[in-house]
Design a binder for this molecule. Structure first.
Ligand SMILES: Nc1ncnc2c1ncn2[C@@H]1O[C@H](COP(=O)(O)OP(=O)(O)OP(=O)(O)O)[C@@H](O)[C@H]1O
Ligand SMILES: [Mg+2]
Length: 282
């Protein structure tokens, strides 16, 4: 089934191991897409340890906890970043956000549906690892960008995440970006991941580029500033590739349907997977 342009594309930025650069990628991808004329919402889904607002130097108007408790609506919480996109901050140190129950997920679904026509792209900066919230957010997205570094533990954790998402949530296609690596090392890391994934999993991995280790990144993060693409030409190439990859994809509601089906899909995916398999095989 094809979907019209009025339904935003939902992309999750995720990783197995923490601290690999997801938030850094997310905010720069949001800015890059906004500069290309897309209306972008960046959702900080690292619930409990949110940090998009910190990286951007913006002040949240509340937390997602108030949203899921029904105390505030999305429009009360969304903040416009100077870089030209909107941010839905998460909430830090709020334990309740680390494991949303079905009712709370439903509240978010209803709220997100209401604002779906305001955006072309919704980027979700997920938490690291394979916790329930991560699986919920990533499997609800139309596509996933997995960030890793060439560090062997980052590779094995990325593999573990892809394995769980493919086996438990039926996700088949992933973009992969390698951070803190020159082109050669990034490609070696990707090929390692690809060879194991090809052997043991039924998935398709698209290499979308690298970002070298650079003191400029640390400085930008510490100064709560964004790198400009002139200062980071490799990053621009990678962001360009990610965006092209996202936009080139045929819309497919049978897999994931963008924002208006976003939360619904995730809930169904978790609960009805057996029913779906039965239906398809009968
Ligand atoms: N290419 C790079 N060169 C140098 N330092 C980097 C690079 N990428 C990321 N970093 C450093 O790594 C830190 C972690 O990055 P970031 O917060 O984006 O990771 P994350 O994957 O979102 O972490 P978490 O799993 O905790 O959410 C940054 O504060 C930055 O200092
Ligand atoms: Mg982060």
């Amino acid at each position: 089934m094809s979907v019209g342009n009025e339904v935003p594309r939902v992309i999750a930025i995720c990783s197995g191991k923490g601290g690999v650069g997801k938030t850094f990628f997310s905010v720069h991808l949001a800015e890059y897409a906004a500069k290309k004329g897309k209306r972008v919402l960046l959702l900080d889904a690292d619930l409990g340890l949110a940090n998009v607002d910190v990286m951007l130097g913006i002040s949240p108007k509340g937390s997602l906890l108030e949203l899921v408790r029904g105390e505030k609506g999305l429009s009360d919480l969304i903040v416009s970043a100077r870089a030209g996109f909107d941010v839905l901050p998460g909430g830090s140190g709020l334990y309740e956000l680390t494991a949303l129950d079905t009712e709370q997920q439903q509240v978010m679904m209803n709220e997100m549906r209401r604002i779906s026509s305001d955006y072309d792209l919704v980027l979700i900066d997920a938490a690291a690892g394979i916790g329930d919230n991560v699986l919920y957010f990533v499997s609800a997205s139309e596509s996933a960008l997995v960030v890793l570094t060439p560090d062997p533990t980052s590779l094995t954790d990325a593999y573990a995440l892809i394995k769980v998402l493919s086996r438990q949530r039926n996700m088949r296609r992933f973009m992969v970006a390698v951070n803190q690596a020159e082109v050669f090392d990034a490609q070696v890391a990707f090929k390692r991941l690809l060879s194991v994934a090809d052997r043991y999993l039924d998935v398709h991995l698209d290499y979308v580029g690298n970002l070298p280790h650079s003191p400029d990144v640390r400085e930008a993060v510490q100064g709560q500033k964004l790198l400009t693409v002139q200062d980071a030409p490799v990053m621009r190439q990678t962001l360009d590739m990610v965006l092209a990859n996202i936009l080139a994809r045929e819309r497919d509601l049978s897999r994931n349907g963008g924002l208006q089906f976003f939360w619904e899909h995730s809930l169904n995916e978790g609960m009805n997977i057996d029913a779906k398999v039965q239906e398809e095989s009968s």
